[in-house]
Write a protein that binds this ligand. Structure first.
Ligand code: MEV
Length: 440
């Protein structure tokens, strides 16, 4: 068994690689080669990536694809997507094209409020605490003035600091529930800096507050941190068209198709097991754009799934209906995104993807990302209620299997052709590959 290591972070990159490959891999030389293959020969670019995180040993690539033909609020976009799953970019492109000829997507932002909280314990009179917090309002603003100056110049800043009594949930537990407008920044650093200052002000001023007893003066701050649950930072995206023009496949009756789509969404609303997979399909589109544009996909995931449970039960993020012969399909979800600051300004590919998206504001990016989620869900549910997803999926998966088998370009060409008329299964691909090799 390998023994623990002291001071790993202080080793050079080469020493770290030596240690990890010789202690945890079977073939150190081959492992080192793999790591080296993914290292960038441009030393400056590699250094940039090495400095994003700690203990880097190489880079981990994901493919970056583009889904063109997205008409959003009458503006045409090609959406960059970073994702490893086959079919996702193809499905997005297909949905984009489908809706392009039907008026495209409409999207609007309902709110952009960000949230952060100072969690603290207080033992004493609630009314006195409320009076104390009310009296502190100007002080909270003054003490954070150096943090908020720039944001305020641009029209953002702190929009509210309110006391919340959480003692029904936990003895002596209160919060400063704070709201922010962070404009084009995701705002995590801004919010957390403000919150930590609020916490200091709270503690310092409590000791001096004359109406407090000695016990009341001992406010204990537990933590200060933004919330990734942002139910007032909401975007809506939608598509609609007459049912009659819904389906371009003549073998499917558009009325039946519309009914199937609405029913599939109804099932995702009613049944959490289905809702999770339904929403996972939405996140295929959302995460891919969030990641490509250098945003924090974990924050988005956490917030979106919390929102999917906001009514007490995990449910679908999309909605569908047919009214007066019009099919409507829409999504509403929280997306706290940024187009300035953080990785968006540091990662060369994030900068490029934002350029491809025509340098959107955060509000525009929210709309684009919501549309990517809606398109993804439309494509997935459409396949599910018609052909099933495996037909398209396995075709896309074919190349992955052939790559695993180390097929040559010539072999791939023959086998892709063969599987145009044969069902793709893992064993069928292996058998066809072996047969091709034996025929040589
Ligand atoms: C696969 O990544 C996503 C789907 O399962 C989504 C869905 O079932 O709606 C196809």
């Amino acid at each position: 068994m390998t023994s623990p290591i002291e001071g790993f972070s202080k080793l050079t990159k080469a020493e770290k690689i030596e240690w990890i490959t010789s202690n945890y891999t079977n073939n150190s030389t081959a492992s080192k080669q793999t790591l080296a293959q993914y290292c960038n020969s441009d030393v400056i670019l590699q250094k940039l990536h090495d400095e994003f995180i700690e203990n880097t040993i190489t880079n981990y690539y994901l493919p970056l694809g583009v889904a063109p033909n997205f008409l959003i609020n009458n503006k045409l976009y090609a959406i960059p997507m970073a994702i490893e799953e086959s079919s996702v970019v193809a499905a997005a492109s297909k949905a984009a094209k489908f809706w392009l000829s039907r008026g495209g997507f409409k999207a609007s932002v309902i709110g952009t409020e960000k949230i952060g909280q100072v969690h603290f314990m207080y033992e004493g009179d609630v009314k006195k605490l409320q009076g104390f917090i009310d009296s502190l309002q100007p002080r909270f603003r003054k003490d954070t003035a150096n943090i908020t100056a720039n944001m305020e110049k641009r029209g953002g800043g702190i929009t509210g600091i309110e006391l919340r009594n959480k003692t029904a949930a936990l003895k002596n537990y209160y919060q400063l529930h704070c709201t922010f407008e962070t404009l084009d920044a995701m705002g995590a650093n801004f919010i957390n800096s403000c919150l930590e200052q609020f916490a200091n002000t709270l503690k310092e001023q409590a000791v001096r507050y004359e109406s407090f007893s000695d016990t009341e003066k001992r406010i204990e701050v537990v933590m200060s941190i933004l919330s990734n649950y942002v139910p007032n930072c909401i975007v809506r995206a939608e598509v609609e068209c007459p049912v009659a023009s819904l389906n371009d496949d003549p073998s499917v009756d558009p009325n039946v198709f519309a009914e199937k789509m609405v029913r599939a969404v109804a099932i995702a609303k009613a049944e959490p097991f289905r809702a999770v997979t339904h929403n996972k399909g939405i996140m295929n589109g959302i995460d891919a754009v969030v990641l490509a544009t250098g945003n924090d996909f974990r924050a988005i995931e956490a917030g979106v799934h919390a929102y999917a449970s906001k009514d007490g039960k995990y449910s679908s993020l999309t909605h569908a209906e047919v009214t007066n012969g019009i099919f409507k399909f829409w999504i509403e979800l929280p997306l706290a995104l940024g187009t300035v600051g953080g990785l968006t300004s540091l990662h060369p590919l994030a900068k490029l993807t934002l350029e491809i998206l025509q340098k959107p504001t955060a509000v525009e990016l929210m709309q684009i990302v919501a549309v990517a989620g809606l398109a993804q869900n439309f494509a997935a549910v459409r396949s599910l209620v018609t052909t099933g997803i495996q037909q398209g999926h396995m075709k896309m998966h074919l190349l992955n299997i052939l790559n695993q088998l180390n097929a040559t370009e010539a072999e791939k060409k023959v086998l892709v052709n063969h599987f145009k008329t044969n069902t793709v299964t893992h064993s069928a691909v292996v058998a066809a590959f072996e047969q091709l090799q034996n025929a040589k």
